[in-house]
Each structure stands twice: as structure tokens, then as C-alpha cells.
Design a protein around this ligand. Sequence first.
Ligand code: AVJ
Length: 321
Amino acid sequence: MSSDQTVLDTFAADVVRDLCRQPKQLQARYLYDALGSSLFDAICRLPWYRITRAEARLLRGHAREIANALPSRDGGVALVELGCGNGEKLAALLEGIPQNVPVDVHLIDISTDALQATGARIARFENVRTTSHPAAYDEGLRSVQPFLQHRPCTLTLLLGSNIGNFDPPAAQALLRAIRAPLANGALLLLGADLVKSEADLLLAYDDPLGVTAAFNKNLLVRINRELDADFDVTAFDHRAVWNAREQRVEMHLVSRRTHRVRLAAADLSVQFAEGESIWTESSYKYTPLDIGRMGTDGGFRVIRQWIDEEAQFALTLFVAN
Ligand code: AVJ
């Protein structure tokens, strides 16, 4: 487990590297400090952001069927979740597993706030034992690996369209890293948002209440606090763009004027031109076939795919083969 200082050093190094890139970027994983996690919870309640509710409907409706697809549950179940958020998704799934089956839950999330919220949310399941891994997915998967040896009955969860933050090569690498330690027969449950109309996509990522704008701009607030920077948050506009060629919604922070920002803790000064943007997130969107193909390339086979027609969201159950 990494110390607070290492975590901060990694954050500083990533921010410096990404703000010196052309075009400027920041990693979406850093959106989730305590306030960012709360703002994301608020996004999930917005009428225009349908992913969370659609997935909850599918999980409630099919939790039993998913649990029954696990090979042999005699020795209990190992459950790994990448990006647990507030724990609601996991709780819906645990409802489908009989209370007499012991479940070893491994939570991987870079946000300690998310790990705490999930721990509290699932405390009522007496058959569940929880281990938290405060880390990015790649590092978290490495620390979970020893727990999965000799555990054929494993279910990995990558829900909420969290995979959408990864560009196709990175998504491929992630699925392979998930697959690597698994025995044949282990399951992967993947929630992924589908391509839909541009108008619906832009409303989901640039909502009329401005919650997503606050979520995006909070990354600058976090950098100010943790890296002793002097970003003028009011000098940036939130922008969501549908990039049809890449099949992704992009979030940007666009500078309203020419100015300079200083990051004291990183000994860096960054120049912004008027209209210059920081690219903070990609949310890739998929066809149902894209999702199947992604899993297949990662070493999995589709068992079932459920689609919420209203929100155009897919939940796909894969088996490692
Ligand atoms: C949690 C990464 C799936 O990309 O839809 C919500 C984050 N960003 N609104 C997404 C998010 C803007 C969300 N994920």
C-alpha cells in the first residue's frame, strides 16, 4: 500500500507531465477527491445522466442469474470490483448471492472516499469480508492477484461504464490484466454505455444544472489545494464535445483568456492562450458488438448481454476461456 506522500508525488508528477503536453491534459482518475466523489454522486441523480439508474435496473433484475452463473460456490466467492464508487452497484449484486455463501470482496479504487462509502454501504451483508486496495486499476489488480490464486470462483466487476475512460489500447490492456490471473470459468461483468444521439450525450455531460461543469472544474480546485497552485477557476469554461470519429464524449476546461498559472509544489508555471483547453476526460461509447469484441480480444466469451433500451446501456456477462 502506498503512503500519502507517494500518492501526492504521483499526482504531482502526472499533473506536471500532462500540463506540459500539447494539447494539455489531466487524468480523469483525479476527478474523485471528496468533493469530486460527492459531485459525481449528484451527477448520477441528474435526469440527463442515465447510466447509473439504467445499470441499477439491470443489476436488480439479473443479480440472481449472474450469481447462478458462477462455477462452483462451495469454497465461497471472490468478488473484485474496479472503481466501486459509493457501493450501490455492488450492494445490488450482493443481494443476488445467497446469504450462506461466503464472499471475499476486493475493492480497487483510487479514491479513499469511495472505498469508505462502499465499505459502509455493504457492512450489513454478514457473509461478506472486504479488503480495500486504494490504488489505480493496474496497481490494484497486481495487489489482488495473490488473493485470487486457487480461487476458481471469481467474479470481476467493471461497472458504470468505467471502462469508457480508457482509450481502446488501454481498455484492451486493462481487460488482459483482469484476465491474466483468472482460471477458466471465472466471470467478468462489464457495464458499458452505448452510442446514442449526440443531443442526449451532450445533455448527459453538460447538464443544465451545471453539476458536471462543477465536477470538471473541481479538478482545478483540487490542484490548487494539493499542489499549491493558483488556478483562477472562473477563468475556465466547461465544455463537452462528441467526437464521432473516436466514438467518445470529451470533457474539456477551456481558458477564457491568455494567462499564466503557477503550481508552487511542482515548481512549474504554465501558459494558457485564450481558447486553449485542458482535456480532462474521455467517455467512450460502444455498440453492443463493440463490447463483445472487446471482451473476446481480452480472453473472454460472452455469456449474456442485457440492454436497457430506454437509456441505451448494456450489461455484459463474460466468462474467461
Ligand atoms: C464514472 C467515468 C463512467 O464517464 O460517464 C460523469 C464520469 N464524467 N460525467 C462517465 C463522468 C462526467 C463517468 N464514469
